[in-house]
Design a protein around this ligand. Structure first.
Ligand code: SF4
Length: 653
């Protein structure tokens, strides 16, 4: 992997590397990256999806490597971590701060308001202790509303030259450190902003290493997604209330009320056409926001206080205005030519009532990535899961890269040969960026260390919670394993149902996501072997538990996107409209990635043993089952419940 990364940096060709857990992949890319940066006096950006990996790189791998490589490189390499401005405490806002007005109806609840007040007080205390002002270093953390009162977005910042506390600013200090560093560690969101939004937030760089690259498309899509809510319009109106004449601000507030009333009449879901009343309400918001921006007038440089209020108002107004413009423009082209998907989210869900929002997201980000990320620099993408159905092409297509040009080297233990579901169309042009791939395999002996159990005898999963047979099966497996189980469910409702059922039947402690912070639950799970931890598939990201506390990973069903998921359903339809198989291309790929990531929780160290149990029989019986199984590690496979329960009992004897 080190040689391949060094070659990619030298030749400028992009590289996708799959490297299983325990390979030491961060060292494999950091060594050539540091050498390149120091010898060429260049900057390399390393991007991660999770805070855990950022911490590992900055606290462990980079300090050790910098020391070890110093004699060879002639000096000690420098590294820094850089995040978006919103991640740092803003001293100006903290001390002069216009308090954020309660934005959501829930916050008129006096208990919620006083809880936020306590958190803001804690933030004030923390501000004199922290050296970095980095939100991720505050443990325990604070909620989003409290944090927003002490931070600013890039658009809201006064700018270092005008800010009275600019010389002490945490975000500016982090930027300055990054400017001097050889390697800058960041997150996918900031990488996406830097690449897509046309203004540099990262130092100039010629190499990007994207770790946890399986998450890149989702993170980039989030950055490129915008939202319009009545609350955001109301907040913008309040913020410019004292800065423009009353009737202009009132017009915006009324436009927000109009939007709320119109959205209340409509059901959540994807919009293929913009209903006339909604189009009207959005256009009124757009025009009212524009009138406020015009009324704010140009900035008066000498007046810092006025300038702060103006910046805060302008940031919200522009967001509201630009989103309204984008929403209306999304429907202009013919349906098959559209690039943006629009939907109404929120309303009453199983768990809560959320204010309705109008959201707009790109159908695909491949073209953007191809042009803005891959265009100007060499990119190395790596993760434990980059081959789906045995090939890199599935994810490469989503990144905007052409089909794999070079014969893939397949290390022993890699996923088996299997073609991906067909997507004949929508492929990037064949003369797209040049790239190669490498599967360095895994240090684990999957067939000897793990069993894949597919409960073929169970009925297909139902719509209304877990069928009784699933609960019996789950209880049997957990009992045989003596606890030690991580349950990854397709919904919180299923996770809670399983938790309640097993708490009644078994003596083991069953922890459920949401009972406490995920990190505390994972800690408790890791410390007590007989304990189980149940949650949704999103839980896997926080779970790295080597040893005997985790010997059984159970997934209740194949994690296809919900049929009413607006973005996935629009993507499926777009593939189908061009003659491809939308379900397989979009839904099966999504499911394959999550299944592989979930199964990847089982073996975390060389002595680990255990079972991945999938209760959904379709993995064994459906046509797409082969593609999904080929995306999982090559465990020994069985459909026999007796065999798997006996194996689970044996592991610990
Ligand atoms: S420069 Fe910007 S982020 Fe920094 S303290 Fe001033 S306003 Fe806040």
């Amino acid at each position: 992997m080190t040689e391949a990364v060094a070659r990619a940096i030298r030749t400028g060709e992009h590289l996708a590397v799959q490297a299983g857990t325990g390979t030491g992949k961060s060292l494999a890319y950091l060594v050539p990256a540091l050498r390149h940066a120091v010898t060429e006096d260049a900057t390399v950006v390393v991007s991660t999806a999770t805070i855990a990996l950022q911490r590992q790189l900055v606290d462990r791998d980079l300090p050790r490597l910098a020391k070890a490589l110093a004699p060879l490189l002639g000096r000690e390499p420098r590294f820094a971590i850089l995040k978006g401005r919103r991640n740092y405490l803003c001293l100006h806002r903290l001390h002069t701060g216009a308090p954020e007005e309660p934005e959501e109806a829930g916050l008129f609840d006096p208990f919620a308001v006083s809880a936020i007040g306590r958190q803001v007080k804690r933030l004030h205390e923390w501000s004199s202790d922290t050296e970095t002002g980095d939100r991720d270093e505050l443990v325990p953390g604070v909620g989003e509303h409290a944090w927003r009162q002490v931070s600013v977005s890039a658009k809201e910042c006064l700018g270092v030259s005008r800010c009275p506390v600019g010389t002490d600013c945490f975000a500016e200090r982090a930027r300055a450190e990054a400017g001097k560093a050889d390697v800058v560690v960041t997150n996918h969101a900031l990488l996406a902003i830097d690449a897509l939004q046309g203004y540099s937030v990262l130092p100039e760089h010629d190499v990007v290493i994207v770790d946890e690259a399986h998450d890149l498309v989702d993170r980039v899509t989030s950055v490129a997604t915008a939202e319009l809510t009545a609350n955001a319009v109301a907040a913008a109106a309040r913020r410019c209330g004292r800065l423009v004449s009353e009737d202009i601000a009132d017009r915006l507030a009324e436009a927000g009320d109009g939007l709320a009333l119109t959205l209340a009449e409509l059901s959540p879901g994807r919009l293929d056409d913009l209903p006339t009343p909604l189009a009207g309400a959005v256009a009124v918001v757009r025009d009212a926001a524009h009138a406020c921006v015009t009324a704010l007038g140009p900035e008066r440089k000498e007046d810092v206080e006025g300038s702060t209020a103006r910046k805060l108002a302008l940031a919200l107004l522009e967001e509201v205005h630009d989103t309204a413009v984008r929403l209306l423009a999304a429907f202009e082209p013919a349906e098959s030519e559209r690039h943006d998907v629009v939907w109404i989210s929120g309303g009453v869900t199983q768990d809560q009532v959320r204010p309705a929002a109008l959201r707009v997201a790109p159908l695909s980000v491949g073209g953007l990535l191809r042009e803005r990320l891959f265009g100007p620099r060499s990119v190395v993408l790596t993760s434990a899961t980059l081959t789906l159905g045995g090939t890199f092409d599935t994810l490469a297509r989503q990144w905007g890269l052409p089909p794999s040009p070079a014969p893939r080297r397949r290390a022993e233990g890699a996923a088996t040969e299997k073609e991906p579901p067909a997507d004949d169309t929508g492929s990037p042009e064949l003369d797209g960026p040049k790239w190669t791939s490498l599967d360095v395999g895994s240090p684990f002996d999957h067939p000897r260390s793990g069993i894949l159990y597919v409960a073929r005898h169970l009925p297909p999963p139902g719509r209304d919670g877990l069928p009784p047979q699933y609960l019996d099966e789950l209880a049997g497996l957990v009992e045989a394993a003596g606890g030690r189980a991580l349950g990854l469910f397709s919904s919180m409702r299923a996770a809670r149902q399983a938790t309640e059922a097993l708490r009644e039947r078994l003596p083991n402690t069953i922890l459920c996501q949401g009972d406490d912070s995920t990190s505390l639950l994972v800690k408790q799970f890791a410390e007590d072997e007989a304990t189980c931890l149940f949650g949704t598939l999103s839980l896997w990201q926080g779970v790295d538990v080597p040893g005997p506390s985790l010997q059984l990973v159970v997934m209740d069903r194949i994690p296809f996107p919900r049929p009413d998921d607006p973005l996935a359903s629009a993507r499926q339809r777009a593939v189908a409209a061009r003659g491809g198989n939308g379900f397989l291309t979009v839904a099966a790929t999504h499911a394959a990635l999550l299944l592989a990531q979930g199964a990847g929780r089982l073996l975390r160290s060389m002595n680990d043993r255990g079972v991945v149990a999938i209760l959904d029989p379709r993995l064994a019986t459906a046509r797409y089952g082969g593609f999904l199984r080929a995306s999982l590690p090559p465990f020994w496979t069985t459909h026999d419940p007796e065999v798997v329960r006996a194996a689970l009992r044996r592991i610990n004897t």
